[in-house]
Ligand binder design. Structure first.
Ligand code: C2E
Ligand code: CA
Ligand code: CA
Length: 510
């Protein structure tokens, strides 16, 4: 109780006590006809004191009740860290605002980048200070009829009025810039800057807010979409906003379907043959995955592989493709078809997984396929990430007997220098590199020296995306070993590869 409350309570107790004193004096006097004034006075004083105590207890009781109510209210509606409204209160206030349908709104999720690292490095107290600072920044930047609350440890939900994308972007950038101004006690910003990013979903469908009983679900749905837009940029960008759009929507659909698709054999493995460039004989094939989506039809890998690389599902998918290839090689061996080496694409994510080599070995053993019938294609960009890890993984893969190829050579910042550190058996020259350089004399010299250098190092060269007879002649002239491309054959289903390539080749040979 504060001093004002003490004063009011004391005054109330005194007034009630005095009133009761007088009343009781008259009552006792009137009813019982006591003529002893002393007794009357004692009884009146006692009654006054008792009434005062009763009054005091009554006021205490009301105060305790009010305090309890306050604690319950705070627990239910106040965020302990920021001291501002919490997620529950936010949902109910957002529901009230959205049901009025007076203005157009956007749902925004703001995330502090690398918050766990900040907590780890500077401790929870500093982390909480940052969250309080962010809450004040957001509060300062919001207008009437806009709301925010902390939704998870490092994430804030904001309901903001929408004019157009640019307008929202400018306002959010202002908030993110202000957040990056944070300076803690030890001036942590000097050591680690506080950056954030935002996902935005513009609320277009007002019918979501017709029914109060569905509001909680619908509000979590719109912020779910903003969160999904956020996942596009989290950690990748500093002070950046991403808007939910149709492309992200279809990714959402693909993501929800991918496990189902794997179980229901919707992923289909195609093989594109590779040929010896001198005599046009089949020397190998590359496994390329397609998705026969139950709803969307046949999807090429560029529609889903980049997404799966982001969400990690590519690990499962690559292993599935690897297993299909092992199974087929076993079948072709058993059929006496003398199969050729098949390459499978391996996402860079695998190389950083501890059990990667063991999992591959397990599948290989399951089908009893000689490892040299499998080639693992790894993109050249991986070489820039962590040379030590890659050198070690490639060594272990070689010990098992796999062939390794460096895919898309020439598409990035390739360097012939890295070939001396990485043990690779095959270099796949990227189609784009080939297109850009092959039409000038200088370009042709570059191709020639790459092929020459590779062959000196004992590395086989494969040209990808070969489409014309001129390209074939150029590659032949430069000593390239193998070609793959539409000029020879398109990627084809396994049955076609078996019938048209393997069985055909055996017939020609015999
Ligand atoms: P990539 O590994 O560079 O595969 C070669 C791509 O070039 C294939 O595209 C192939 O169909 C296409 N191609 C072949 N010959 C020609 C040609 O003459 N001209 C042109 N323009 N293109 C040709 P696809 O099948 O669409 O695959 C695209 C990419 O998706 C692949 O590029 C690879 O990076 C990725 N990918 C495919 N399957 C898998 C997989 O199982 N796992 C992983 N991680 N990635 C895969
Ligand atoms: Ca490839
Ligand atoms: Ca390639």
């Amino acid at each position: 109780m504060n001093s004002k409350k003490y004063f009011i309570t004391a005054a109330a107790v005194l007034i009630v006590g005095v009133c009761v004193f007088f009343v009781m004096g008259n009552v006792i006097n009137g009813f019982y006809f006591f003529d002893n004034e002393i007794v009357i006075n004692i009884l009146s004083v006692l009654s006054g004191i008792l009434a005062g105590i009763a009054m005091f207890l009554f006021i205490r009781l009301i105060n305790v009740k009010n305090n309890d109510k306050k604690i319950i209210y705070e627990m239910a509606y106040i965020d302990k860290v920021t001291g501002m409204m919490n997620k529950n209160k936010f949902v109910s206030e957002a529901a009230d605002i959205l049901m009025k349908k007076n203005d157009k709104y956007a749902a925004v999720v703001l995330e502090v980048n690398n918050f766990d690292v900040i907590n780890e490095l500077f401790g929870f107290d500093e982390g909480n200070d940052i969250l309080r600072f962010i809450a004040r920044v957001i509060e300062r930047n919001l207008n009437e009829g806009e709301l925010f609350a902390r939704a998870t440890a490092s994430r804030f939900n904001i309901l903001i009025k929408y004019d157009d994308n640019e307008g929202i972007k400018t306002r959010l950038e202002m908030i993110m810039d202000d957040i990056s101004e944070y300076k803690g006690d030890d001036n942590i910003s000097a050591k680690c800057s506080v950056s954030s990013c935002c996902g935005v979903y513009v609320i277009n469908d007002e019918s979501l807010f017709d029914n109060y009983s569905e509001m909680e679900f619908n509000i979590s749905h719109i912020f779910g979409r903003a969160k999904f837009a956020l996942s596009e940029v989290t950690g990748n960008y500093i002070n950046y906003c991403s808007f939910y759009n149709e492309e992200i929507r279809s990714q959402l659909i693909y993501e929800s379907d991918m496990e189902y698709a794997l179980k229901n054999n919707e992923f289909v493995v195609y093989i594109q043959p590779k040929y010896d460039i001198k005599n046009h004989i089949l020397t190998g094939g590359e496994a390329l995955v397609r998705w026969n989506h139950h709803d969307k039809g046949f999807l090429p890998p560029d529609k889903f592989v980049p997404l799966f690389e982001k969400n990690g599902f590519i690990v499962e998918l690559d292993m599935y493709v690897f297993e299909v290839v092992c199974k087929m090689q076993k079948r072709w061996l058993d059929m006496g078809l003398n199969p050729v080496r098949i390459s499978v694409n391996q996402s860079r994510i695998h190389l950083f997984k501890r059990d990667y080599v063991d999992v591959l070995k397990g599948i290989l053993d399951k089908y009893q396929v000689p490892a040299n019938l499998i080639e693992l294609e790894i993109t050249e960009t991986v070489a820039f990430e962590s040379m030590d890890v890659i050198v070690d993984v490639l060594k272990r893969l070689h010990e098992i007997g796999f062939k390794i190829s460096m895919d898309d050579f020439g598409s990035g910042y390739s360097s012939l220098n890295m070939l001396k550190d990485l043990e690779v058996d095959v270099l796949k020259i990227d189609k784009a590199f080939f297109e850009e350089t092959s039409n000038t004399k200088k370009g042709q010299n570059i191709i020639e020296s790459i092929i020459d250098m590779a062959s000196r190092l004992g590395i086989e060269t494969v040209a990808e995306g070969v489409e014309t007879v001129e390209q074939v002649e150029l590659l032949q002239g430069n000593g390239c070993d193998v070609a793959q491309g539409y000029f020879y054959a398109m990627p084809m289903p396994l049955e076609d590869y078996e019938n048209n390539e393997l069985i055909n080749r055996r017939n020609v040979e015999s």
